[in-house]
Ligand binder design. Structure first.
Ligand code: NAP
Length: 222
């Protein structure tokens, strides 16, 4: 068993990934932005770090605290959907979604990737099928789609730098999952999604180039 880092583990898919990796005997480093969620993660058996991914000092601090770690799996899971209503975008909504889903990845991936290279591991971002540019069928969720397409772009660039050094870079679609974000009518439980994600990451061969996968391993076109 290896070491996994889950960024954004207070609830939803990230929390379930922590639970399943721990149950399988992995060492799990997990982040959350509230102290009570860090306490909960510690009680589960994970090594918690307090991190709001939009806080640049906290991001730099995480890099300092984890320096030298060998990460077999690192999953940047924290994300927000933004406003459900369509229409004229407010600057505050744009900033919140882009800072959480894109800017945070631009800062965190270069910090985490060298630790994944040391283990020749998997560096994953929790993207979405909604970020695919070439398989769009609905115009809904424009801001969220733009953020996940930009996240995919950041991951592809990360692979250009760190892929040849040993980090296999993966954009994941977790499925449509019953969480606060996915809603109660979604297709999958968090257990099913996390199980599929873990299996997909475990079975992916090493790759210099970024890949885009559904939770069950099916390739998704960029
Ligand atoms: P969720 O239940 O809403 O949980 C979101 C997680 O992100 C929470 O742990 C939240 O922490 C964390 N987070 C948000 N902003 C953060 C910040 N600034 N700093 C640190 N953590 C932050 O969502 P989910 O359904 O589990 O989604 C997880 C990921 O999968 C997201 O990236 C989402 O876009 C993606 N995804 C989900 C679905 C779906 O159907 N559910 C489909 C496609 C993609 P707090 O508790 O502190 O808010």
């Amino acid at each position: 068993m290896g070491t996994a880092l889950i960024v954004g583990a207070s609830r939803g898919i990230g929390h379930e990934l922590v639970r399943q990796y721990l149950a399988e005997g992995w060492r799990v480093i997990a982040t959350a932005r509230k102290k009570e969620d860090c306490d909960m993660l510690a009680e589960m058996g994970a090594e918690p770090h307090k991190l709001d991914v939009t806080n640049v000092e906290a991001v730099a601090g995480l890099g300092w605290k984890l320096d030298g770690e060998h990460l077999d799996v690192a999953i940047l899971n924290a994300g927000v959907y933004g406003p459900k209503s369509e229409g004229f975008p407010m600057q505050s909504d744009f900033d919140a979604v882009m800072h959480t889903n894109v800017l945070a990845a631009m800062r965190l991936l270069p910090i985490i990737a060298p630790m994944v290279c040391l283990a020749r591991g998997k560096l994953a971002v929790m993207s979405s099928r909604m970020g695919s540019l070439s398989s769009r069928t609905h115009p809904n969720g424009t801001l969220y789609r733009a953020s996940k397409a930009a996240l995919n772009s950041v991951l592809i660039d990360t692979a250009l730098t760190f892929g040849a050094r040993g980090a296999t870079c993966v954009a994941l679609h977790p499925g449509w999952v019953r969480t606060d974000m996915g809603g109660s009518g979604a297709d999958l439980s968090v257990e099913e999604s996390a199980r599929g994600i873990r299996k997909t990451l475990a079975s992916l061969p090493p790759s210099d180039q970024a890949v885009y996968r559904d939770y069950d391993g099916t390739p998704i076109p960029w």
